[in-house]
Design a protein around this ligand. Structure first.
Ligand SMILES: *Cc1c(COP(=O)(O)O)cnc(C)c1O
Length: 461
């Protein structure tokens, strides 16, 4: 299987090269040349597989240059860190199916992809005799999941910038209590945007980027999408009755990464009636689906902060398919976006979008109310991101089709919003117990590019 760019100008490359490339060198995103279509007998044969066996079957269709034994071993190692035997179990509460994606080491769904990507990076770097210094900015969830993905790995260092005092206390502690020598936390005296701008400028400093072999772990890496495709199949097999009938997946969305993985599963032949794209007040994607209006607004802070995004980086992958795999049309849309502030779609394109997606934006009051009423009805505590998806599903999926709501974080990660909704702190899982008492290490620096660059130069290997 070869990989091409949404912008159309790179020579096709294999899976391993695509993982190492991350962002396509022509500025686009990498996609497989074709998406394999599965027949019903293959799906039937996959029904009873364990999570790890299913992951191997899905991934080996796309990672054709990996020896089977190596891929199996990487998958087994990656999911051995999860605390639930099923990895991503589905629970049913009050008619709603909840796909729990938060049983990994940092209690959010990003672990499913980043545990795998960390092991894959280590394997590929070893094979090539190379090393990598990962540099990234985080407002909370991605940083800790990336740190846990690569902690203790020989040929990788990781530098994560977070805005000092502006993440939730638990999110900061999840990062700074990791003491492995290859992990470097930087608390910058500034905002998340300051952190992100500094990271961008370091990646644009090409001599620096080359000398230190800078690598990224953001959600544009194809391996992250691929790892997430697996749980759509896994959940379908737990819920669909009779086999072959359709389901809806409700996906709380920020960067369009998670829901794009669902789109890939649907294109592979999984019987998905609709993908429900649920957003908070940062609703550009909901406006796109419901009104055909893809115009940039300002980011507003919400109780579901991991979805506080306007420009969804993975959206370009979907546009490639919407534009009939025509890279010229993708280039045209993105060339005009900064000046026009919008992308326009034809009525025929919008008809296709609405054939595949439904969408709703859920505001803060509705989110808190949903956590509260769901708890009152079922005794189950939703995190605010998951609550956005549950509310959207309850409003939009009313024809009896089973709705599978993706639970993207454990409620204990967002205790403040939960307390507002139910009046008490959600019970903490073992990995958070006593975290405030653990030793921690973090460098406090000004949000200044040169000081941060100097710190990286001192610690990089
Ligand atoms: C990152 C994140 C999301 C959004 O996922 P995307 O792939 O960016 O759409 C939703 N919920 C939580 C808890 C997250 O950490």
């Amino acid at each position: 299987m070869n990989y091409i760019s949404t912008r159309g100008t790179i020579t096709p490359i294999g899976f391993k090269d695509a993982v190492m490339m991350g962002l396509a060198t022509d500025g686009g995103l990498l996609l497989p040349e074709t998406i394999p279509a599965l027949d019903r007998s293959t799906l039937e044969a996959w029904r009873t597989l364990s999570y790890q066996e299913l992951a191997f079957n899905v991934m080996s269709l796309f990672a054709t240059d990996m020896p089977a034994g190596d891929l199996k071993r990487l998958i087994d190692t990656s999911y051995a860190t999860f605390t639930h035997a099923e990895i991503t179990p589905v629970v049913k509460k009050d008619g709603v199916h909840i796909l729990e994606l938060f049983h990994g080491p940092t209690l959010a769904f990003k672990d499913v992809a980043l545990q795998f990507l960390g092991n894959l990076f280590e394997y590929l770097l070893k094979e090539r005799g190379e090393r990598m210094n990962i540099v990234g900015a985080t407002s909370g969830d991605t940083g800790s999941a990336a740190i846990y993905g690569v902690r203790g790995k020989e040929n990788i260092n990781i530098f994560i910038l977070h805005p000092h005092g502006k993440t939730s206390p638990v999110q900061a502690l999840q990062m700074t209590t990791v003491l492995d020598p290859n992990v470097h936390n930087i608390a910058a005296r500034g905002t998340f945007d300051d952190c992100q701008n500094i990271v961008k400028s370091l990646f644009n400093d090409l001599p620096f980027k080359e000398r230190y072999a800078l690598g990224a772990v953001n959600s544009i890496n194809w391996a992250r999408v691929l790892a997430q495709v697996v749980y759509y199949f896994y959940a379908y097999f737990r819920v669909a009755e009779p086999f072959g009938s359709e389901v809806v997946f409700s996906v709380p969305t920020g960067n369009f990464g998670d829901i794009f993985a669902g789109y890939v599963a649907k294109r592979m032949g999984l019987p998905v009636q609709k993908l429900l794209l649920a957003t908070n007040e940062n609703n550009i994607l909901a406006r796109f689906v419901t009104e055909g209006d893809y115009s940039l607004g300002d980011v507003v802070p919400t109780v579901s902060p991991s979805m506080d995004i306007q420009l969804a980086s993975n959206f370009e992958r979907y546009l490639f398919y919407l534009f009939d795999e025509d890279p010229a049309r993708v280039c045209q849309a993105f060339a005009a976006l900064p000046t026009k502030g919008r992308i326009d779609f034809s009525p025929a394109e919008m008809a296709r979008v609405r054939d595949e997606f439904i969408s709703r934006s859920v505001n803060e009051t509705e989110t808190i109310e949903t956590i509260s009423s769901f708890h009152a009805e079922t005794g189950y505590i939703l995190d605010p991101h998951t609550a956005v998806g549950v509310k959207a599903a309850r409003e939009l999926v009313t024809d009896g089709t089973p709705a599978i709501c993706l639970a993207t974080a454990h409620p204990a990660k967002f205790a403040e919003a939960v307390v507002r909704a139910v009046g008490f702190e959600p019970p903490r899982p073992a990995s958070l117990e006593g975290i405030e008492q653990l030793p921690s290490r973090c460098q406090l620096l000004d949000a200044d590019r040169d000081s941060i660059k100097a710190f990286i130069e001192e610690k990089a290997r």
